[in-house]
Design a protein around this ligand. Structure first.
Ligand SMILES: Cc1cc2nc3c(=O)[nH]c(=O)nc-3n(C[C@H](O)[C@H](O)[C@H](O)COP(=O)(O)OP(=O)(O)OC[C@H]3O[C@@H](n4cnc5c(N)ncnc54)[C@H](O)[C@@H]3O)c2cc1C
Length: 472
């Protein structure tokens, strides 16, 4: 490669900004093209509608973000985000029962999505060589079967278009990626298979001012029992900056929570346990109810492409998006950005770089993909276009193993640590093959099952909560 090197990153969300920060260290210049006019702080915006809903940031993803932008976790915590040890500071009802609160082996950062985006964006845009072109959208990716050469950009204020030449074009436009149509005229993108597993999940979210004394209150998560042949209902109470609780409810096809505030409250009360409903009687609602249905698992198998154009990279939700209940989208985006960095360190900007980076990213999304879809396919009326043997003829055997592991993890710390590490994307799913974990699985549960949510008396009195009284 000779002369000055340049990348165009399409989409200035989480994946795009992380990718831009990585690319700035290996190329001379990076232009981030973003359709929205990006706010100068942690604010909601049109192109990121999911930011209204609870976003769990697991430790594996947080560490990957820190590896790209080292101040991320520190800045989130300084802005009031919560560092929540898991399973220690988490009260969870799984399909198979309540989780014992073993000492923390992983953590979740409790922050609003707007804050997470802002902290990433502010650091990425401060990287030397990164330029933001916002209020502008990509309408075409240029090049041919051999490789991409740039992107055509349209300014939204006056409609003028311009060609940005690039050695690398990165699609980070999220779930709504139109890469196929942008490259349609050029033949740059080979035909690839797409898989969808869609439970029809609806989301509804409301933000509350937490009661005084709620500073260290745990996350509370109530999950559906996917083994029952009825639509699943989930509830999550996540402490975020500003002494707030963000409460997200979700229901699979046939049990979607409504926008109406009364129906929101009724849905909370219909969860498998009243703990969130009771806690909310102590909190002050400070937002309307927001809804979304943009929750399908969708994956494009670029790794199966027979050929790949030089200079094209796809990551974040544009590559694979997951049922958000599992909280893996941001982690996958962060691990993909770290993989792009590793590929550039290893290979530099040489022919074949894009393909080797793309294959690494396609491998990264496989664990979160199978984790989400292998539960989701059991919900009634789940729509699936998949030929993955793990979701078809191997599904029953895999489900048996998953239930064995999750059942033991509720009551056994070694298996729990392995499950937490995989869930947090800190370890691959092959962790369950380690000898130590296999022996612990063989030993079985060490503690009796819990009958009630394991809240401590200090936590109850800190917020003035008396279980069973509030709703009477
Ligand atoms: C309801 C909901 C809840 C979620 N909860 C969690 C959670 O708890 N934990 C978790 O880890 N993940 C969660 N996710 C997933 C997470 O939001 C995504 O994985 C993450 O946003 C992916 O980042 P991205 O940058 O790929 O896409 P996005 O964040 O969607 O960003 C895409 C960007 O591209 C821009 N854009 C689009 N088209 C163009 C164009 N033509 N030109 C220029 N710019 C364009 C958009 O404006 C946007 O800024 C949730 C998702 C949803 C829908």
């Amino acid at each position: 490669m000779t002369g000055s090197t340049h990348a165009v990153v399409v989409g200035g969300g989480l994946a795009g900004m992380l990718a831009a920060a990585v690319l700035a260290r290996h190329l001379d210049g990076v232009t981030v093209v973003e359709r929205d006019r990006l706010p100068g702080g942690p604010e909601l915006r049109k192109g990121l509608p999911q930011a209204r809903h609870a976003h769990i940031l697991w430790s594996g993803g947080a560490r990957a973000m820190d590896s790209v932008l080292p101040e991320t976790t520190g800045r989130l915590l300084a802005a009031g985000a919560h560092h929540v040890g898991v399973p220690q500071r988490m009260v969870t009802l799984t399909a198979l029962g309540w989780q014992h609160r073993f000492p923390a082996t992983e953590y979740i950062i409790g922050a609003s999505r707007a804050l997470i985006d802002w902290v990433i964006r502010d650091q990425a845009l401060a990287e030397p060589g990164v330029t933001l072109l916002d209020d502008a959208e990509v309408v075409e990716v240029c090049g041919g079967p051999g490789g991409v050469t740039g992107a055509r950009v349209r300014r939204r204020d006056d409609g003028t278009t311009a060609l940005l030449a690039a050695d690398l074009v990165v699609d980070a436009t999220g779930r709504g990626s139109r890469l196929k149509s942008w490259t349609a005229g050029t033949g740059a993108l080979p035909a690839v298979e797409e898989e969808i597993v869609d439970t029809g999940l609806g989301y509804a979210t409301r933000v509350y001012q937490a009661p005084a004394g709620a500073g260290d209150f745990p996350i509370v998560a109530l999950y559906a029992d996917y083994r029952r042949p009825v639509p699943g209902r989930n509830g999550l109470l996540l402490p975020i900056e500003g002494d707030r609780w963000i409460v997200t409810l979700s229901g699979t096809r046939g049990a979607s929570p409504a926008t109406d505030e009364g129906e929101f409250d009724a849905f909370v009360r219909s969860l498998r346990h009243p703990v969130i409903a009771e806690l909310l009687t102590l909190a002050e609602p400070i937002s309307p109810v927001y809804r979304t249905r943009s929750t399908a698992n969708r994956r494009t198998h670029y790794e199966r492409a027979g050929s790949w154009p030089e200079g094209l990279i796809v990551l974040g939700d544009a590559l694979a998006s997951f049922n958000p209940v599992y909280g893996h989208g941001m982690c996958a985006a962060a691990h993909c950005a770290a993989a792009l960095d590793a590929a550039l360190r290893r290979d530099g900007l040489r022919p074949g770089l894009a393909w080797s980076a793309q294959r690494a990213m396609c491998a990264i999304v496989d664990d979160p993909w199978i984790l989400a879809t292998s539960q989701d396919i059991y919900y009634p009326d789940c729509y699936a276009t998949t030929t993955d043997p793990r979701l078809t003829h191997e599904a029953a055997m895999r489900r048996q193993f998953a239930e064995l592991v999750t059942g033991i993890a509720l009551r056994e710390p070694v298996v729990n640590a392995a499950l937490s590490a995989v869930t947090a994307t800190s370890a691959p799913a092959t962790r369950f093959e380690d000898e130590e974990i296999v022996s612990a699985i063989r030993r079985g549960p060490q503690l009796p099952p819990l009958e009630d949510p394991p809240l401590t008396s200090e936590e109850l009195s800190a917020v003035g909560y008396e279980p069973g009284r509030a709703l009477k």
